[in-house]
Ligand binder design. Sequence first.
Ligand code: ADP
Ligand code: NI
Length: 222
Amino acid sequence: DSMEVMMDKDKILQETERMVKTVLIDEKSGHDWLHIKRVKETALEIALKEGADPFVVTLAALLHDLADEKIVESEDEALVDIKNFLLKLGVDTLDIQHILTTITTMSFKGGNSPPVETLEAQVVQDADRLDAMGAIGIARCFIYAGKVGSPIYDPQLEVRDQMSIEEYRNDKTSAIHHFYEKLLKLKDLMNTKTAKELATSRHEFMEMFLEQFYHETRERRR
Ligand code: ADP
Ligand code: NI
């Protein structure tokens, strides 16, 4: 009835942040809470410059990794949980649909996914991809490689150019190879002008890193 008080947007964001933090606090694969916090902050910065809805962008950024098959066993069940969580907070059903579509369509998955459809999805995807670039992207790449048992570098391996999702997920690669398979491609995949600008120095930093890596290891530059 009319006594029912809708939670205001700040309260919804706070509650969501608290839930996500609890779920991801022990994550060690590079999808940890601080990754979410960085993506949320970058996404909000881009949203304000690009005129995207800051509420939908922030919620989608906070929730974007909770249905990733690297973290949960069933993506579908995780999506139902997210939906119920947002319904309980009183989030508008159209916003909920928008958020769910955003988080299911934004993943890199070998680079073959179709482009995302709304400005809000573009913004969150850009922010997530920016976090795979630059100094932080390099750090995440090596910690991920360590976690799945990939080497730093293996000159015998081929760079896989176009990969299916299965190939992308099978991790038969090295950390350095991952630069060619994903990280160096990201600057040209940015959706928004603001993200393209933010990507430039991060890309250059990765190029410098590779330069120095080949110099120190005396390996041939790929
Ligand atoms: P997204 O969440 O955008 O789908 P991923 O789950 O593929 O991204 O990757 C999460 C992080 O781990 C990113 O920083 C990514 O570059 C890194 N990563 C993913 N696969 C590999 C791999 N095979 N080797 C090294 N790093 C990887
Ligand atoms: Ni992410």
